[in-house]
Ligand binder design. Structure first.
Ligand SMILES: Cc1cc2nc3c(=O)[nH]c(=O)nc-3n(C[C@H](O)[C@H](O)[C@H](O)COP(=O)(O)OP(=O)(O)OC[C@H]3O[C@@H](n4cnc5c(N)ncnc54)[C@H](O)[C@@H]3O)c2cc1C
Length: 500
């Protein structure tokens, strides 16, 4: 089934989650103004899947053979990886962050882990996941990814925490299922999801076995509480983007929540749980690349419009040209890593395709750091007006509006209203609370930079590079370099080849 955005919004009305926003218990998530931009942004993933021109990127074949949303699919080819990357970029051009690709990333990471569990133990793990994915595809669900635990004291392992509930874990195993408890700290789109996928966020050792749990929980299951921030800046006339499209992030508390066995995918299998966490990260970092490229597209377009409104012609001013090229280079540079990660995608033993890990991690690392350059470049080309403009209320003040309209124009043929709109758009995306949100999600979302660096080094064929240099030192012998250095062997100490 492919729901429309309106049907998705309507479907939220059939649920009764316990959601708090700004200290208030929310009566109806679908009708809560503070969550509206988030529902709109997720809604784009639904409506876009019904637009024929976007079908290649947004729609694929589900497990049953019926069409499904790309963000609920298992990758079957490298082309699927490219299509997913494009779909993320497309939806994020319009919604900033549209959340649902996280589900795709979790499904694929879980696919790889549960397949191994079933191979090793003969358990139903993989079949349960398949049944759940089929259920999600058939009902076109929005599923929040509850991975990042509260974590407590970062220097201690989950089982060493003074407060064990700072990590979600299994408290009880019963004949019909498990009981989980604890807190997940940062869940994008938390309030307006249908369900949550609970996943472990770090490597678990044997002593942390109870924390190595992956399962699915309906948002309105007994014992689930969602404590959310508003999505973006709803109701703020200056928020030209995030009053309409943004994401909330939420704390999700699991207070002794019962999960039936058919919704439990990992329970104590620490090795496969670790594989799930790292492989999810590769899928997700690949998605982050598409998401931030969509954001880059917005800054490039708005930056060019702001220069024009200021009366400056890009073609004629070399330093502005340089800055725009820099913005384009950054955006397309990390996106190219996403394309490379797709093109060199790896087929997993479980039968799905995963983005190549080094390019996926490098792309995410680039954007994590360069988001600050992107903001700076947008600020440089725009000028200080983006934070200096009088508030939108002044646009309707008869005492000041005519003066502002006449005197705060840049290029004479560009109306003040247009210049103000573009300036506020850039402020919203780069210099407001929303702008800060985009910095922090780029930096930490999908893992902090150190996590990417570790993965790059772990996957990089360093030995091959050493072998290459060794073989060159050995005067080009291609099969050399795998054993101890041959530099000192007779005949190899110089390019003439001494014999003694
Ligand atoms: C806007 C936003 C949306 C997000 N959405 C989701 C979501 O939908 N679902 C989800 O599960 N997660 C989500 N995340 C969470 C994201 O994955 C985490 O922020 C990220 O993994 C970092 O974890 P943390 O925030 O707990 O920071 P920390 O783990 O506290 O890290 C802070 C710093 O300390 C360092 N550090 C931490 N522990 C150690 C240690 N033991 N030794 C040395 N250094 C250490 C880190 O490298 C980092 O530099 C989101 C994050 C953001 C910002």
């Amino acid at each position: 089934m492919l729901m429309s955005a309106e049907e998705y919004r309507e479907s939220l009305r059939s649920l009764s989650p316990r959601v708090y926003v700004g200290g208030d218990l929310v009566a109806s998530v679908a009708d809560e103004p503070r969550l509206e931009p988030g529902i709109n942004a997720v809604g784009l993933t639904y409506d876009f899947a019904r637009v024929p021109d976007y079908a290649k990127a947004m729609v694929t074949t589900g497990l049953s053979g019926a069409p499904t949303n790309r963000f609920l699919a298992i990758n079957r080819s490298r082309e699927d990886l490219l299509d997913k990357l494009e779909a993320v970029r497309l939806t994020c051009q319009y919604g900033g962050c549209t959340q649902r690709y996280l589900t795709h990333d979790a499904f694929n990471g879980l696919w790889e882990a549960t397949w191994r569990i079933t191979q090793r133990t003969g358990s139903e793990s993989h079949e349960r996941l398949k049944a759940y994915i089929a259920h999600a595809q058939a009902n076109d669900l929005a599923i929040g990814i509850a991975m990042t635990d509260g974590k407590g004291d970062r220097s201690k392992r989950p089982s060493e925490q003074a407060e064990p509930l700072s990590y979600v874990h299994v408290r009880e195993r019963r004949a019909d299922g498990i009981v989980i408890a604890g807190v997940k700290a940062i869940v994008t789109g938390g309030p307006y999801m249908h369900e949550f996928l609970v996943l472990p966020c770090r490597r678990m050792r044997e002593e942390d076995r109870d924390f190595a749990v992956a399962c699915a929980v309906p948002i309105d299951a007994a014992g689930v509480t969602v404590v959310s921030r508003p999505a973006g800046r709803p109701g703020n006339a200056a928020a030209k983007f995030s009053a309409k499209f943004a994401q909330s992030v939420a704390v999700v508390h699991f207070d002794d929540v019962f999960v039936p066995w058919d919704r439990v995918f990992i329970d104590g299998e620490t090795e496969e749980a670790h594989l799930m966490t790292t492989n999810y990260a590769s899928h997700h970092r690949h998605s982050c690349i598409g998401a931030r490229a969509g954001f880059g597209d917005l800054l490039i377009g708005a930056g060019a419009m702001m220069m024009e409104a200021n009366g400056l012609e890009l073609d004629r001013i070399s330093h502005l040209k340089d800055k725009m090229v820099e913005l384009i280079k950054i955006t397309e540079g990390f996106y190219a890593c996403g394309v490379a990660a797709s093109t060199f995608g790896e087929e997993d033993a479980a039968g799905n395709f995963r983005p190549e890990q080094i390019y996926s991690n490098i792309g995410k690392l680039l954007l994590a750091n360069q988001i600050y350059d992107m903001h700076r470049l947008a600020h440089e080309v725009s000028g200080g007006l983006i934070v200096g403009l009088p508030s939108p209320e002044e646009d309707h003040n008869p005492a000041t509006a005519p003066m502002i309209d006449a005197l705060l124009r840049g290029r004479p043929d560009v109306p003040y209203a247009h210049r103000a709109n573009v300036a506020r758009f850039i402020e919203d995306l780069t210099a407001s609370e929303t702008g800060g949100w985009y910095s922090v999600i780029s930096l930490h979302g999908g893992g902090s930079p150190e996590a990417m660096k570790m993965e790059i080094l772990r996957n990089y064929p360093l030995q091959d590079r050493k072998d290459l240099v060794q073989s060159l030192l050995d005067r080009g012998a291609l099969d050399l370099g795998k054993g101890p250095s041959r530099d000192k062997q007779p005949g190899r100490c110089c390019d003439k080849g001494c014999t003694e």
